[in-house]
Write a protein that binds this ligand. Sequence first.
Ligand SMILES: Cc1cc2nc3c(=O)[nH]c(=O)nc-3n(C[C@H](O)[C@H](O)[C@H](O)COP(=O)(O)OP(=O)(O)OC[C@H]3O[C@@H](n4cnc5c(N)ncnc54)[C@H](O)[C@@H]3O)c2cc1C
Length: 409
Amino acid sequence: MRIVVAGGGSAGHMAASHMRHHFPEADLVHAYDPRLPAIGVGEGTTPVFTEWAEKVLGWDMAYLTEHCDATPKQGIIFEGWGKAADTYSHYFHATEGTACHLSAERLIRHLSAKSSARIVPEGILEIRSVPPTASVLLANGQTLHADFVLDARGFPQELAERDVPLACVTTGAAWLLRGPVRAPMDRTRAVARPYGWIFVIPLQHDTAYGYVHTPSDRSLAKTDFRAFLAGEDVKPQTTPRWLPFPNFRRRTFFDGVVLSLGNRASFVEPLEATALGLIVLQLRLATFWLLDQKLGLGQANGVAAMNETLASTIDEVASFVGWHYEMGSNYHTPFWARSATAYADWMQQRPETHSARFSAYKARGKAMPRHLAFVGSAAELNAPIASRDTFGGFLDLSFAKVGYGIGAF
Ligand SMILES: Cc1cc2nc3c(=O)[nH]c(=O)nc-3n(C[C@H](O)[C@H](O)[C@H](O)COP(=O)(O)OP(=O)(O)OC[C@H]3O[C@@H](n4cnc5c(N)ncnc54)[C@H](O)[C@@H]3O)c2cc1C
């Protein structure tokens, strides 16, 4: 069996390691254009990623710290969001495991050093899928034939009919830069600002800052970013880089041979740092699919089930992320008004099953104690977990934390 991984960002490198781990005998080829840089973000994780790193790579927290500049992440502190209090916390519960912040550049560098795939350092012109096989056409004129392709070539150039826009949020760009090491080291900060919000991701040797905003507010956000950094006495170590991004998902992700992965498949702004965890979900589904084929089970509705699982999970992530904007913020600006409206419109357009599930999780969250949203550390979260079921990966406990945190309950 030949598996081709296309794309050399975090998703592509994670895919190559994952496939080697589960299919050691496969003819594994990793094709990417080394002249095209990876996106350079994706530095906040959820426990799904760290659990995957330990199981598949054998990398524990100590290893991630040493090699990927990682710091343990208890959760996210929201500053200035909603109308309940100045800050609220969304810490992971002990049963969810631990997460980390890590350097995207080092993760890729370290994964590529460990890769046992055959590397093809070439541009890819096209991936042609004719199930049950596919052809990857390379810029050097060669063609790679494959039984399975993981397409991790990053964001599409522009959205098209194959994509569904996720209008749950109005953001679509970020100003990015790096600063010196800053406390707190054990949590991501998400700071509300007049034109969006700023993430502060603490690593061992530096701090990643990003001002997430609506693209049309590009210069206003840049000026406000400077004011924020000056107010916190942060001396930037890099010049600000502007990165536009789409909020979208594919209509279908998989056709039985080619699976879209990572930013190629979907993205919802980085507020809850869900993207690397979604890559893990996609890789797990790919593994089940391939094992199913190998064992000759070949479930008739396997492709449809995979597409449905991914679409519904990503839509659930989108609703959960959009919900954070429902009650506005400390700033009564057009950005926050637009964002609350976008969330309300998005929710109105959800199918009945989605809305019913969302309401059920909210109701369960509301039944939990209010103080869960305002604890000072993950250790103080001792609420029992009644159910391990999740909505887009979020426990009902997360609904308690966000619902009380923004003042929706
Ligand atoms: C502002 C922002 C903040 C984010 N923060 C987080 C976060 O905190 N946590 C999180 O989980 N996620 C975050 N993400 C998402 C994050 O970017 C992805 O999870 C992660 O980087 C995976 O990216 P990727 O590998 O899919 O794409 P990329 O990093 O873009 O990699 C694509 C690769 O494909 C290759 N390639 C592309 N085209 C071709 C071609 N034609 N031929 C050959 N090779 C090609 C290139 O080598 C390129 O490196 C964030 C995203 C944004 C925009």
